[in-house]
Ligand binder design. Sequence first.
Ligand SMILES: [Zn+2]
Length: 485
Amino acid sequence: MSEFQKLYQKHEKRLEDTQLFQKAYKSALYHERWKKRNLNVKELKGYKGLKTIPFTSANDLRIAWENHSVEDLILTETVGFWYTTSGSMGNKKWIPWTYNDYQLAGVAIAHTFMKTLSPTDRILTIVLPPPFISGSSPFKLLENTGKLGTPIEVLAFSPEYVQDGFGLLMKRSPTVIVGTPSITLRMADEVAINTPKILKARADMEKSMKLRVAAFATKLKKIYPKNIFKDMKYGYFGGESLDPYRKAIEDKWGLEAFDVYAFTEGFSGGYECKEHNGMHFPSHHAIVEIIPDKELEKEESDPDYLAGTVLASEAEKGLTGELVVTDFKEAMPMVRYRVRDAVKVIGNDECACGEDSVRLKIIGRTDSVINLGIIRLSAIIFDQLLRKEFKNGKVNLWEVFVSRDKYKPKITLTIEPEFTNNEEEFKKELFESLHEFDLFQRGYDNGLFVFDEIKIVSELKHEVYGQGKSRLVRYHPNFFEEVKM
Ligand SMILES: [Zn+2]
């Protein structure tokens, strides 16, 4: 039996020791839905019990949040920190973490980093400020690497502040970067723009001929981060799929890139090791299950069907399905939470790195979202916004096509109108309606994606899949491929 399998044995006992199901049942997030299933919660035990519990989705979290008081939702008297996730629906979800929850997650992250980093490394990290979970990660990193005896220097900036921090970064060259792939790639452009300016300013201040020559030289050739941050070795990237950006980032930054998987709702992150063959999911304080594709199909034809799952410790190489997570958080444990990521099992044996936890690859989404990387827009919201009452027309059918413009995701919207009396004005109204959606607005205004154009056609043919369902969101094959820069 592998260490990973032994851990899952311990987790089964931990389910009983902590009375996780019985406690969770008290939360309004679970109570009604479990009751409907006639679960005998008192008798629920171990993995057998776990597999009879209905799944929980982001939508359940949202509904519970809207309809209940905090006291009805949380299981502890106090909370340490409230994190938020903007979510593809645009509604905020607030996730309570206790101090212990926060501590456990921090130690696990530090252990992972210390496998490759040394005390002399300096981490540059670009994070969203609180209440986003990434906002606390720089502090967690310093505290927990410190607790392990080897505190690692952290240079942390919010995206808006990177430019102001540039002078420091030039003097205190980082060796590691932690961030999201698209922002890191975008930073490469900023570096090209800023470096000559900074060198010139420094030259003026220090009256250095050498710097002045350097500033001039940078104008002649394109500057990449690797020309500036010569000590850079590693990059850890999360928040969206690394693969399309991996090569471009490695080339421009001169580093070895690692994929990282995390989500705000709970424990159980994944990370890529030096082998670069899927992400390890060590599951220190969580249980990972996978709903196999076949079970997902059964569920689709019968919404009341409770899909069967395979435990991560028993999943065979090659299995594909949807990720489900149960964790041991105190304030609001996630019980059978569907993150809506589709995964493939890459391996479940000892890896050359020494770790034997399951290795997974994220291969897509299982819900209808317009996936633009770090921004995911709900197709349901899109539908509502496009079907509003407009002066200059009415939408009959719509389709979003996602491709790429250099490294940025690009949306092309095609509309088959029921009628329109002024195409140009109608297009403007449609765009304005989408722009009211705060996630769309933030992404668009900050240039995180390109909104190509709205095409009006007389007949729109949807791609049909499954049991006659039509596909509202299509992707250009190049969207999933490496970006070329
Ligand atoms: Zn490994």
